[in-house]
Design a protein around this ligand. Structure first.
Ligand SMILES: *Cc1c(COP(=O)(O)O)cnc(C)c1O
Length: 394
């Protein structure tokens, strides 16, 4: 099986599995307990916090452990909204291509009286800093823009956006779930107030992540209860998961440079190979994208069929977001970059991992070519396109 769906989840690294099983066996105490068994767990927890903080240029006290990226997104946005509301500022800026953890939280806030501006992105999937700046008003309390997109891999100009938010006194959150551990992220250099990350996107375990909140910014609790996480997130901490996350993150960050070099070559080979398919187009910017992301639309086919046939040939890929597969709605991200419904339905996302071989790459190119041709062979839409009844878009 060639696994090219690392944007949906990654396999845990051996080091992370080792840390997790070791902590489960040896350090199973409750970190809030005062006796030695509890305090040992507390030490593991605080070491992990320091390690995670160091990986993004933060301080340990600025890290709150959560159940994952979705929770961190919810808590960051809620917190900024509460702070804004207190000052009478109830306008939030985001983009049309955010993850649903952000978009659905914003919908909820809209129902509570906030106004939300979802900025459009360019055809390459990027919103420029000047466009963010132009949307900021005296009422704006928060700008929330993802670091890198989970479907098309486009990387936003986060440092510039952060700088202008800081200059204008507006809080800035970034959903960096696809970026942390994959591209350099530094919350100080990048002018970030809130950042969300998730362990299972960088070879850590599922169900654990973290929120970075710059010191001095008050967080709103989503989960009330005990005083864990210095009163910012109640519930006994997932100590084995958190420790494994720290191991995975340190490992990932230490390999960013070499992984980027190698994956960029692989990515660009895949893009070149799949571009040979007629009436196909790359989604997202060719260069300002994650080294691991390839996303194409093929006209005249249906993405779901493509995935099933690739699965038969031992390739695990995706049509876009794992969250929207199973629904018939085309991806909101592909629509936002200007793909029409019919074209957006024929999408394929390959999110490659560090273990991919050159042989895998050639196998993928040959098989995607064959399967697309096969599916077009009995597609009524393709027949209409070829006969001229309908005009090609791509
Ligand atoms: C996966 C993902 C999330 C959700 O993270 P979970 O840990 O699965 O809740 C949020 N945002 C982006 C961009 C993602 O890729």
């Amino acid at each position: 099986m060639i696994y090219v769906d690392n944007a949906a989840t990654t396999k845990m690294s051996d080091a992370a599995v080792n840390t997790m099983t070791k902590v489960i066996r040896e350090t199973w105490g409750n970190p809030s307990s005062l006796y030695t068994t509890g305090q040992r767990a507390k030490e593991v927890l605080e070491e992990a916090r320091a390690e995670v903080a160091a990986a993004i240029g933060a301080e340990a006290r600025e890290i709150v452990f959560t159940s994952g990226g979705s929770e961190a997104d919810n808590q960051a946005i809620r917190s900024a909204a509460e702070l804004g509301k207190k000052k009478g500022k109830m306008h939030i800026i985001s983009t049309a291509i955010e993850h649903h953890a952000v978009l659905h939280t914003l919908k909820r806030l809209e129902a509570e009286g906030f106004s939300v501006t979802l900025l459009p992105v360019h055809e390459n999937g990027i919103v420029e800093a000047s466009e963010v700046e132009a949307a900021i008003t005296d009422e704006t309390c928060l700008v929330t823009i993802m670091f890198a997109n989970n479907e098309i891999g486009s990387i936003q100009p986060i440092r510039e956006i952060g700088a202008l938010c800081r200059a204008k006194g507006v809080l800035f959150h970034t959903d960096a779930v696809q970026a942390v551990g994959h591209v350099p992220v530094d919350v100080v250099l990048d002018n970030i107030d809130f950042l969300s990350a998730s362990a299972h996107k960088f070879h850590g375990p599922k169900g654990v992540g973290f929120l970075y909140a710059r010191k001095g910014i008050k967080l709103t609790n989503l989960i009330e209860g005990g005083a864990q996480e210095r009163g910012r997130r109640a519930g006994t901490e997932n100590v084995p998961g958190i420790a494994a996350m720290a191991t995975a993150l340190t490992e990932a960050v230490s390999h960013i440079a070499e992984n980027t070099t190698r994956l960029t070559v692989v990515r660009d080979r895949l893009i070149a190979g799949l571009s040979e398919i007629p009436h196909a187009a790359l989604n997202g910017d060719a260069k300002r994208r994650l080294p691991s992301n390839v996303n194409f639309c093929f006209e005249g086919i249906e993405g779901e069929s493509l995935l099933l046939l690739l699965d038969d040939r031992g390739i695990a890929a995706s049509s876009g977001s794992a969250c929207t597969s199973g629904s018939l709605d085309p991806s909101h991200v592909l629509l936002a970059i200007g793909r029409v419904h019919d074209v957006a339905h024929g999408s394929l996302r390959l999110s490659i991992g560090e273990d991919i071989t050159d042989g895998d790459v050639e196998y993928i190119i040959i098989n995607v070519k064959e399967v697309v041709e096969y599916l077009r062979g009995f597609s009524p839409i393709w027949r209409d396109l070829v006969s001229g009844k309908k005009a090609f878009i791509l």
